[in-house]
Design a protein around this ligand. Structure first.
Ligand code: ADP
Ligand code: GLC
Length: 481
């Protein structure tokens, strides 16, 4: 049995701020259980819902020296869908209303977490062959495995993988602070190790010291070797390109299934969507106070409201979009300027635009089911899960050709009768507008063609099946058998 440990800062259903949680919580279920024992370790945040916290059982605790003090590390566990989760408990670090908050404190919190996660393994008696780390919060683990945890027998052959879900966030502060928080020696603070542009950089540590690096789509794996997408680390990505590969994300096909989804008004599938999907639109129009009109093209957005997501393009041509014969439904939270922008247009075009500035799993499912099209014009997108959810629900994605969006949405070609969505290349608001209008034209004037796009979209398989095999191959290669 090969033993794998996922270490991450979030995982569904316990705690989620973005797609990282979806991946960490759904991928482990998809490995071949006869050969792989995959477990997950995350912090036990105070903001995990009480109903989950009540279910966790205590395993053990110990005290760990960190920053000159002896600190409590509790370990709790829970088995969900056959997968063992471990939770690292320390209420002074993992408190607060959200997993992340103050930058500097987050650095300390996750440095503590990396130390605690590795220290907990001998205590629980789980000796993974591979520790699979995710994003900057766990970037220290590959470094520690080659440093302070290397000595003993227990850790000697442990391999590490780091998956980059978003290169923009790196865990950066001045060298002195990072050195203090990590306890690493001077040796590590050189430009070929944790130092980048004179600062300390935790993600860089992970990328330099991990035995393998993955990111969440082929295109993003190529893009980050270039300055525009490389976030200052493109040189490093080129240098490590032999150890870097893109493995596209999947989604949980059980949870995201229009045929059985209990959160939507009307279930449907690839055979029945022509008749049944519309009932979801009707229900959502009623729920959100939009004009009741079956024929109106409804465009959805479900997103963190940050500049990554291309919201500047939308802002630039919002009046043009709203002057068309469409409805726009937005669900998201994030930067205030974008939240207010959508609130303003909701006021200005009431009945036509619905801005829902909050987080809701249920409303997100309703949007994926109800809309005709789904807009995601990202500036960059390592993979993107929302467009996969849209495809699964027969909601036609309109995307910019970057990262995983490029790899998972094939542009409609009316001459060949191919494609699962609409896309444009440049980060240009009018190029986006032109593409939205082309989609409107197909929707209104060539409905049979539109429905065939949905046929092809719903026939695609973006479950984890294929990608889980690729991770298995990678683990096998690392373990060496
Ligand atoms: P990212 O991880 O960059 O935020 P992804 O497309 O990979 O982007 O994943 C986003 C996930 O978060 C999807 O599951 C999406 O449905 C969900 N999501 C984003 N905003 C909200 C919200 N306000 N309410 C509910 N779900 C949301
Ligand atoms: C990040 C990326 C997103 C990706 C997700 C899961 O949040 O922004 O594109 O889908 O991680 O890998």
């Amino acid at each position: 049995m090969k033993k794998i440990l996922f270490v991450a800062s979030e995982a569904v259903p316990f705690i989620k701020t973005g797609g990282l949680a979806d991946v960490v919580g759904s991928l482990p279920k998809c490995f071949d259980k006869r050969y792989y024992d995959v477990r997950i370790m995350i912090p036990k945040y105070l903001c995990i819902k009480q109903e989950w916290r009540d279910k966790l059982t205590y395993v053990d605790h110990f005290y760990m020296d960190y920053l000159g003090e002896s600190r409590y590390v509790g370990i709790l566990t829970y088995v969900l869908d056959g997968i063992t989760y471990y939770f690292i408990d320390n209420e002074s670090y993992f408190n607060g209303p959200k997993p992340y908050g103050d930058w500097l404190y987050d650095l300390e919190k996750f440095s503590f977490f990396c130390n605690a996660a590795l220290s907990a393994l001998p205590v629980i008696g789980f000796q993974p062959d591979v520790v699979h780390c995710h994003d900057w919060q766990t970037g220290l683990i590959p470094v520690y495995l080659k440093d302070r945890f290397r000595g003993g027998e227990f850790f000697r052959n442990m391999k590490s993988v780091i998956t980059i879900h978003n290169l923009k966030f790196q865990g950066v502060w001045d060298v002195k602070t990072i050195q203090r928080l990590t306890g690493l020696s001077d040796y590590y603070f050189a430009p070929d190790k944790l130092e980048a542009y004179k600062d300390g950089n935790l993600l860089k540590g992970g990328i330099v010291f991990a035995d393998a690096i993955t990111t969440v789509s082929d295109t993003y794996a190529e893009e980050i070797k270039m300055p525009f997408y490389g976030e200052g680390l493109d040189g490093l990505m080129r240098a490590r390109s032999n150890s870097l590969r893109g493995i596209v994300n999947g989604i949980d096909y059980q949870e995201f299934n229009p045929a059985t989804d209990p959160l939507i008004a009307q279930n449907y599938d690839a055979r029945t969507f022509r008749k049944e999907k519309i009932k979801n639109k009707r229900a959502l129009q009623a729920e959100l106070g939009l004009e009741q009109d079956d024929r109106k093209m409804m465009i959805g957005i479900v997103s963190r409201l940050t500049d990554q997501k291309g919201l500047d393009l939308i802002q630039c041509v919002m009046d043009d979009i709203c002057s068309d014969n469409i409805q726009l439904v937005v669900l998201g939270t994030g930067e205030e300027r974008y939240e207010n922008m959508f609130r303003y247009y909701d006021w200005k075009y009431h009945g036509k635009v619905s801005a829902n500035i909050y987080y809701s799993e249920a409303v997100s499912h309703k949007i994926y089911a109800a809309c005709d099209a789904f807009l995601m014009p990202s500036l960059f997108e390592p993979c993107g899960l929302s467009q996969l959810m849209a495809l699964r629900y027969g909601t036609v994605p309109i995307v910019r050709e970057t990262g995983g969006l490029k790899d998972t949405v094939q542009p409609y070609n009316e001459f060949e009768g191919t494609g699962t969505g609409f896309s444009f290349a440049n980060y240009n608001a009018h190029e986006m507008l032109g593409t939205i209008r082309y989609a409107e034209h197909i929707y209104y004037d060539k409905k049979r063609e539109w429905n065939k796009i949905i046929d092809r979209a719903m026939a695609k398989d973006y479950s984890w099946n294929a990608s889980a095999l690729k991770y298995q191959e990678l683990y096998d290669w690392l373990i060496g058998y």
